[in-house]
Design a protein around this ligand. Structure first.
Ligand code: 5GP
Ligand code: ZN
Length: 113
């Protein structure tokens, strides 16, 4: 089964990569919903938060740590971290990803992603 985020993680599809290590790739969202909108994506194909096993829990912590690092490098004073989970949670790409959103001048009234 083809998966666009696996393709990006494997270098088979292009993306504006902001960070990469052995477990994670982070790249700019193609349709940004904020001045800074980066997706932090595990290289392991996990469809949704509901599919995260106990052994994957350190990987979820790692995603959050990388989001913090990217936010700090961009001097974001505040930001949102979002996992959309399941179709009714607004998830479109069924390869787990953490949205990092920020860069607004003031608190945003709503963010829809
Ligand atoms: P979801 O709704 O599944 O949480 O979010 C998927 C996100 O992936 C959306 O914000 C969408 O703009 C982004 N996206 C979808 N396809 C691509 C792609 O091929 N490249 C990049 N960089 N972002 C994508
Ligand atoms: Zn995948």
């Amino acid at each position: 089964m083809s998966c666009v985020f696996c393709d990006i993680a494997n270098g088979r599809a292009p993306a504006a990569v902001e960070y990469e290590d052995d477990r994670v790739v982070a790249f700019n969202d193609i349709n940004p919903a904020a001045p800074v909108h980066i997706l932090i994506v595990p290289k392991k194909h996990i469809p949704t938060i509901a599919d995260v096993s106990e052994e994957d829990e350190p990987l979820i912590g790692h995603l959050i740590r990388i989001a913090r690092k990217l936010a700090s490098e961009r001097r974001l004073e505040g930001y949102k971290l979002i996992f959309n989970s399941g179709e009714k949670g607004g998830q479109i790409i069924f390869h787990l990803h953490l949205h990092l959103l920020g860069g607004w001048d003031r608190k945003p009234s709503t963010v829809s992603i």
